[in-house]
Design a protein around this ligand. Structure first.
Ligand SMILES: Cc1ncc(COP(=O)(O)O)c(C=O)c1O
Length: 413
C-alpha cells in the first residue's frame, strides 16, 4: 500500500514537472530530449550583430560556399518538369541507384539501391536507426565528445547512452581497450563518426581493422557510422568501417549532400544498410515525412553525376584554412592544438591552461571579442577543457579572429 502511494506521488510530481510554462502538459519523454547548442550560439551571435557588433562566425557547422550552380539549375529544371509530388518513401529508385554506385566507389565496396534510404538531411538516419533498433534499457555506445544529437536521441528513445571518451592523448580516437570493456550483450548499437565533428580525427586502416575485429564478435551489435564528412578529408583516402570483413552486414552508413555540396538548407541525406533494415527505416519515413522532397532528389542526381571540381576546390580551400588556424591557435597563450584535423572543417583547441573553463572562455570570446565558437561541453562531458572552432569562414576572417583572441589572451598573461 505504502509503495502504491509512493508511486502515485512520484507520478504526480513528474506530471507537475512535465508542463509547459503556460500550464499545459508535456510528455515526460520531452525532458529526455537534448538539443544542438550550435543553433543557440548562432542566435546569440545574430543578436549581437543586430546590436551593431562585428561577429566572426566560427561556430557554424556548414560550408560557407554556395551550392554549385549546376545543382541549382537541376532543381529549377526539376520543378519545371513537375517533380513536385510525393515519391516513394525510401527515395527515387534512380537516385538510390546512383548513390549506391558513387558511395561504393568512394569506399571500395559494392552497394545495391535496395540498401539505400534517402532522408530529409542526413540527421534523420540517426534518429530513424535509433528508433528502429533501440529498446528501453538497451545500451548504446557513442563517441564523446561527439555530435550532440547522438546522446539526445538515445535518451529520447529510452536507451542507455554510454560514452566512449575521445581523448587528445589518443588522437581523439576511441580507446579500443575501453571499447572492449564497455561492449556487452546489452549493447545494441555503437555510433562512430569519422572524419570527426568536433575533433577532426580520422583513424588509419590498421586502427579500423583492429576495431572491426572487436566488433564482428558481437552478432547482435549494429554500428552506425556517421560518414557525413567522407568527402572532406585532406591528406589521405577515406576509409569506412563497413569495408572490413564482416562489417558491411552490421553497419548503417550515414552520409549526405549537406557538407559535400554545400547543401545544408536543402535537407537531403541518406543511409546505406542491410536491405531489410532499409525497408524498416523507409516505414518510419512513411510515418513521419512521407518522402524526401522530390525535386531536390532530382537535383541530387546532378550533384553526383555532374562535375566535382567545386567539391575539390572547397576541400582545397578548407585545407589551407586548417593549416592557418592550426598554426595560429598554437601561437596563442593558453591555447594548444596537438591533433591536426585530418578531415571535416573543425578544430578542437585545448584551453585547459587559459585560466577559464571552456564555457566561460567561449562566452567571453563571443561577448567581448565578437568571435563565435562552441565550448567543448556542447559535444558532451569529455569535451571539457576544449573549444571547437569551425573554419568554414574566409581566411581573412579566420586571421582576424586569431588576432583578436591572441591580443586578449596576451593581455591576460
Ligand atoms: C557529424 C554530423 N553528422 C550529421 C550531421 C547532419 O547532417 P545534415 O545536415 O545532412 O542533416 C552533421 C551536421 O552538422 C554532423 O556534423
Amino acid at each position: 500500500m505504502a509503495k502504491k502511494i509512493k508511486l502515485a506521488k512520484r507520478v504526480k510530481r513528474l506530471k507537475k514537472v512535465c508542463r509547459l510554462e503556460c500550464g499545459m502538459p508535456l510528455s515526460f519523454r520531452m525532458k529526455l530530449l537534448g538539443t544542438e547548442t550550435a543553433f543557440d550560439v548562432l542566435v546569440r551571435a545574430k543578436e549581437l550583430e543586430r546590436q551593431g557588433k562585428n561577429v566572426i562566425h566560427l561556430e557554424i557547422g556548414e560550408p560557407d560556399f554556395d551550392t554549385p550552380q549546376n545543382i541549382k539549375e537541376a532543381a529549377k529544371k526539376a520543378l519545371d518538369e513537375g517533380w513536385t509530388h510525393y515519391g516513394p518513401s525510401q527515395g527515387l529508385p534512380e537516385l538510390r541507384e546512383l548513390i549506391a554506385k558513387k558511395a561504393g566507389e568512394l569506399r571500395g565496396m559494392e552497394f545495391k539501391s535496395e540498401e539505400v534510404v534517402i532522408t530529409p538531411g542526413a540527421k534523420p538516419v540517426m534518429s530513424f536507426a535509433i528508433m528502429a533498433l533501440v529498446e528501453d534499457g538497451d545500451e548504446v555506445l557513442y563517441v564523446n565528445p561527439g555530435f550532440p544529437i547522438y546522446e539526445s536521441m538515445i535518451n529520447f528513445m529510452g536507451g542507455k547512452a554510454i560514452p566512449l571518451a575521445l581523448k587528445e592523448e589518443n588522437d581523439f580516437l576511441p580507446d579500443l581497450k575501453e571499447l572492449k570493456r564497455k561492449l556487452n550483450k546489452k549493447t545494441k548499437l555503437l555510433i562512430i563518426n569519422f572524419p570527426h565533428n568536433p575533433c577532426g580525427s580520422m583513424p588509419d586502416e590498421n586502427y579500423f581493422r583492429d576495431m572491426a575485429e572487436i566488433l564482428v564478435k558481437y552478432d547482435d551489435l549494429w554500428v552506425l557510422s556517421d560518414e557525413v564528412y567522407s568527402r572532406i578529408i585532406y591528406d589521405e583516402k577515406f576509409i569506412s568501417i563497413a569495408s572490413f570483413p564482416g562489417m558491411k552486414e552490421k553497419t548503417i552508413i550515414l552520409d549526405g549532400f549537406s557538407k559535400t555540396y554545400a547543401m545544408t538548407g536543402w535537407r537531403i541525406g541518406y543511409g546505406i544498410m542491410h536491405p531489410e533494415l532499409a525497408k524498416e527505416l523507409a516505414r518510419i519515413e512513411t510515418n513521419i515525412n512521407s518522402c524526401t522532397t522530390t525535386f531536390i532528389q532530382r537535383a541530387c542526381l546532378e550533384a553526383l553525376s555532374g562535375p566535382q571540381d567545386e567539391v575539390d576546390k572547397m576541400v582545397n580551400e578548407f585545407k589551407k584554412r586548417r593549416d592557418i588556424i592550426f598554426e595560429g591557435l598554437n601561437e596563442i597563450p593558453g591555447f594548444s592544438v596537438k591533433v591536426k584535423p585530418k578531415g571535416a572543417f573543425y578544430i578542437f583547441a585545448n584551453v585547459k591552461n587559459s585560466g577559464y573553463s571552456c564555457k566561460e572562455l567561449a562566452d567571453k570570446l563571443l561577448n567581448e571579442l565578437g568571435v563565435a565558437c562552441l565550448s567543448g561541453t556542447c559535444f558532451g562531458k569529455y569535451g571539457e577543457g576544449f573549444i571547437r572552432f569551425s573554419y568554414a569562414n574566409s581566411i581573412e576572417n579566420i586571421k582576424e579572429a586569431l588576432r583578436r583572441i591572441k591580443e586578449f589572451m596576451s593581455k591576460k598573461k
